[in-house]
Design a protein around this ligand. Structure first.
Ligand code: ADP
Ligand code: MG
Length: 269
């Protein structure tokens, strides 16, 4: 059979399917038509086709990683009001969002402050930014993860459960120092910290400072060892601010109950 434009098209489609290049397969006819019309050199067409496949592949990977990260929705760095937390530097947070300086080394990030101060928001926002940069992240409520690890231990599969978390460059442990932990819960949590030490990063958010962890966790020696590992290569963000929610609610209530000002009285209706 002699080659015709039709048989060429069939061959291209077959090859792109076999090579598992679905986006190039979708894009090539339009690109080839443009190349013919504008007289592109062959290399330009091949480059455009390759770039199309790569861009779509990266987009799909980002969607997949975002999905698996279980981030609370809508929490981005852009939506974070830095003026509400004067102890934080926006520039520092944007540098952390690039990840290269700390995620590569398996260093940690520790966020402390009272409830409502924006710790979970910031953790999720950093997680999202890091996924955009190609890192893999998992956001977990510490209580939930501890329950899962305890079930794994019961099934004699704790080691492999912890090893499976290695695929995440960053593990966000939200509300790390939650109350009422027993020895069994603490030990799986601290085993996880030990396993990731100097290899994979952890981002911890906690309402209580280290000084109070001795009261929350049952075993002082184990607690000290875990704190030691967490802080060894770490950045600490202190977010000692009033609850953002409460502050907003109060500001809103004040605005509603404020007596009319001269401007509002004189304003044309
Ligand atoms: P924490 O984890 O410290 O208890 P959250 O991150 O859950 O606090 O914050 C409580 C709510 O207030 C969330 O809806 C969050 O998006 C919002 N919030 C807190 N701080 C800020 C901030 N600085 N800018 C924008 N929204 C904020
Ligand atoms: Mg929180």
């Amino acid at each position: 059979m002699s080659a015709t434009p039709e048989t060429d098209a069939v061959r291209v489609n077959l090859c792109l399917s076999e090579l598992r290049l679905p986006d190039a397969k979708l894009a090539w006819t339009a690109l080839a038509a443009r190349a013919d019309k504008e007289g592109w050199p062959a290399a330009r067409l091949l480059a455009a086709l390759g770039e199309q496949e790569l861009a779509e592949r990266n987009r799909r990977r980002f969607e997949r990683h975002l999905d698996e990260a279980r981030l609370p929705p809508g929490k981005t760095l852009d939506a974070f009001d830095f003026t509400a937390v004067p102890t934080l530097s926006k520039a520092q947070l944007h540098a952390l969002a690039a990840g290269d300086a700390w995620i590569e080394k398996g260093a940690n990030l520790l966020c402390f402050g009272p409830p409502g101060g924006g710790k979970s928001h910031l953790a999720a926002a950093l997680g999202r930014a890091l996924i955009e940069k190609g890192w893999r992240v998992l956001f977990a409520k510490t209580t939930d993860l501890v329950q899962k690890l305890q079930i794994a231990r019961r099934d004699l599969a704790l080691e492999s459960a912890i090893a499976k978390l290695d695929k995440y460059h960053l593990l966000i442990l939200d509300d790390f120092a939650y109350a009422a932990k027993n020895q069994a819960e603490t030990s799986v949590l601290f085993e996880l910290i030990g396993a990731r030490y100097e290899r994979r990063s952890v981002l911890v958010t906690a309402n209580q400072p280290f000084a109070e962890w001795g009261k929350i966790f049952p075993d002082p020696a184990m607690t000290l060892a875990a704190i030691d590992r967490l802080v060894h290569h770490s950045t600490i963000l202190e977010m000692n601010v009033e609850s953002y929610r409460r502050k907003h609610a109060i500001d809103k209530a004040r605005a509603v109950s404020r007596p009319p000002t001269r401007e509002t009285i004189n304003a044309p209706s």
